[in-house]
Design a protein. Structure first.
Length: 294
């Protein structure tokens, strides 16, 4: 039996993993307590430290062999291990899409080429902000804000509203099935509010675990960021949600978090989200459209 590894701050190694297929199994538990730890993430022999953390702690749990990546656990006990894989992607932003109920607002540098009476065009971000406060006519389904400086104008736009940040997971299992939750009668992806001082990646992992009961999950990379607006206590709010592509191992039973109005959790195939009666939120439709199941 392995012995605990001494590391700074006196945190012992929690487990020594062995592999069965691609699912991690734990051969030894040195402590029954849960630890949220500071950790290093190894990606194809390149090691990246999560910059907000300090200290050179040895990894508590590491799993090798899934698609050539190595995962290091950020939280572990006898029955649960949550992994994070850091990936950096550089993208050129061409537009921002914000949803208000069934209306989409697009802030873009592209010239609008449409004469539809369901589309409204505004030339300045101040005009867009005033339109939201006045109320967008029910006949309008899309509002375009054409800008010459998209990053600066989007920053200005956000500064006029309260920001709530959330994080969530687009989770696939070993059978290439997608994890869905049913919340308030609509199919949704697991997500939740980022706690004060919490790392975005860890927040996404925590929310998937809490809302679905999934015990072995790992982040592969970032997918996208979505924005939607609503009125909370008389004040307009922009909810910013950071989405991460994740993988899940094992066949643990799924458990919906009832206190969060989640009534069902299930693994689904591609055909499930392609049916005409698949009812979901507008903010997620682009994610589902681009999702690859294999």
């Amino acid at each position: 039996m392995a012995s605990a590894i001494e590391v700074p701050c006196g945190i012992p190694a929690v487990a020594t993993p062995t592999m069965a297929s691609t699912s991690p199994k734990f051969a030894f538990i040195a402590s029954q307590r849960d630890w949220v730890i500071y950790f290093l993430v190894s990606v194809k022999e390149r090691v990246t430290r999560l910059s907000q953390y300090t200290g050179d702690l040895n990894p508590l749990v590491q799993v090798k062999g899934f698609d050539t990546f190595n995962f290091t656990a950020s939280q572990a006990n006898r029955d649960c291990a949550i992994f994070a894989l850091v990936s950096f992607t550089f993208m050129t932003v061409q537009n921002y899409k914000i949803f208000i109920n069934n209306v989409q607002i697009i802030i873009t540098e592209k010239k609008l080429e449409s004469n539809s009476n369901k589309i409204k065009e505004v030339k300045q971000v101040d005009e867009l902000i005033n339109l939201i406060f006045r109320g967008i006519p029910t006949s309008i389904k899309t509002v375009y804000c054409i800008t010459n400086d998209i990053k600066s104008d989007f920053k200005k736009f956000k500064s006029k509203f309260k920001i709530i940040k959330a994080a969530g997971g687009i989770v696939m299992n070993e059978n290439h099935q997608l994890l869905l939750i049913k919340r308030l009668g609509k199919w949704d992806l697991p997500k939740g509010k980022i706690e004060k001082g919490e790392d975005t990646r860890l927040a996404a992992l925590r929310e998937v675990h809490e809302e679905c009961g999934v015990n072995f999950i790992g982040i592969r990379n970032k997918n996208c960021t979505t924005y939607h607006m609503y009125i909370l206590k008389g004040q307009w709010v922009i909810k910013v949600t950071y989405w991460f592509n994740m993988i899940a191992w094992g066949d643990n039973p799924l458990v919906p978090q009832l206190e969060e109005d989640i009534t069902e959790v299930r693994w689904v195939d591609k055909s499930f989200i392609e049916t005409d009666d698949f009812d979901t939120y507008d903010t997620l439709k682009d994610i589902f459209k681009e999702l690859k199941f294999k």
